[in-house]
Write a protein that binds this ligand. Structure first.
Ligand SMILES: Nc1ncnc2c1ncn2[C@@H]1O[C@H](COP(=O)(O)OP(=O)(O)OP(=O)(O)O)[C@@H](O)[C@H]1O
Length: 289
């Protein structure tokens, strides 16, 4: 299937959303409540020489409830490691991570994850993939159906509900993965380079779709990317990491209004932020050589 032919969801109006009897749209503002606390987290890996390799060195960051936080940094700076620790898929050598006030001590359905690789269940249809977590929670069928319909519509795949993942393009698979994560109503959505494998046009479409979905769901999102344009286009704040050891160099506010559109990349505020991030990353690389 040609990727440009992919159906994109139309923008759902606030009124229409209410009529759908689904979750009402929340205010497009982040609260002051902290949803993610990362406190002095260090991650070391053993090496064959006997000395540990420090992947993350006393990393601290806080993400507010409803905030869209983006972590950007060079390859190997520890972006994915930080996300995996937050997901509970690995444990820090030192320090602590809390999501919604609870210490992370293992994987949980409360933390939704979307990876770059397509992680759909190939033997389940699109709607069964979205429904999967709800079934695990033993939610009654009529309620499940309603939620699945809501998210199919949200990501523009109502007409693909019965398709098998292998019949979908990369962008469509990632839409299912986003819908599946959100359907579980997680406390936080963790996204590790989710659009990294997509062509640039589909990637930009997916950024717009994700922003639209986030405006409606107002989930707290932590999104990892090495693409600076993507970081600015999506983020409320951008956490710029440095490498060796992995650490947060600087946190930048993205004061670009919503809705964000593709032509904003040419605006002075966007360009000056991009310049600042590039310079931080460049300085960090220079120090390493
Ligand atoms: N299981 C592991 N054992 C040893 N070293 C590891 C392990 N996992 C990651 N590392 C190292 O830790 C560092 C951080 O890796 P990580 O994948 O988190 O970086 P990243 O910023 O996400 O990189 P990329 O953008 O290339 O995905 C890298 O130097 C990597 O080689």
């Amino acid at each position: 299937m040609g990727q440009l032919a992919e159906p994109l969801p139309s923008t759902v109006s606030d009124e229409q959303q209410k009529q759908d009897n689904t979750t009402p749209i929340k205010e497009a503002t982040t609260s002051e409540k902290i949803q993610l606390h990362i406190d002095e987290v260090t991650l070391k890996f053993p090496t064959s020489t006997g000395t540990d390799f420090t992947a993350l060195d006393k990393v601290s960051m806080e993400v507010r409830e409803n905030e869209f936080a983006v972590i950007v940094g060079p390859s190997g700076c520890g972006k994915s490691s930080l996300l995996y620790l937050t997901a509970g898929l690995n444990s820090p050598t030192d320090g602590e991570i809390k999501v919604a006030g609870k210490v992370v001590d293992g994987p949980s359905a409360e933390r939704g994850m979307v990876f770059q690789g397509y992680t759909l269940f190939p033997w389940l249809s699109v709607s069964e993939n979205i429904e999967f977590g709800l079934k695990q929670k033993k939610m009654p069928a009529p309620e499940r159906k309603k939620i699945v319909q809501k998210y199919l519509k949200e990501v523009g795949l109502e007409n693909f509900a019965d398709r098998n993942p292998k019949q979908l393009s990369g962008g469509m698979k990632q839409r299912v993965a986003i819908a599946r994560s959100l359907a579980n109503d997680p406390e936080i959505l963790l996204m590790d380079e989710p659009f990294g494998a997509l062509d640039s046009q589909t990637r930009m479409q997916m950024q717009q779709l994700l922003l639209q979905v986030w405006e409606h769901s107002k989930k707290t999102v932590v999104f990892v990317t090495h693409d600076i344009d993507e970081a600015i286009m999506l983020g409320d704040r951008v956490f710029v990491m440095g490498a060796r050891p992995g650490r947060i160099q600087k946190v930048l506010d993205v004061n670009i209004p919503h809705p964000r559109t593709l032509d904003m990349v040419m605006e002075p505020d966007f360009i000056s932020l991009k310049r600042e991030i590039l310079s931080l990353l460049h300085d960090d690389l220079s120090e390493m050589h």
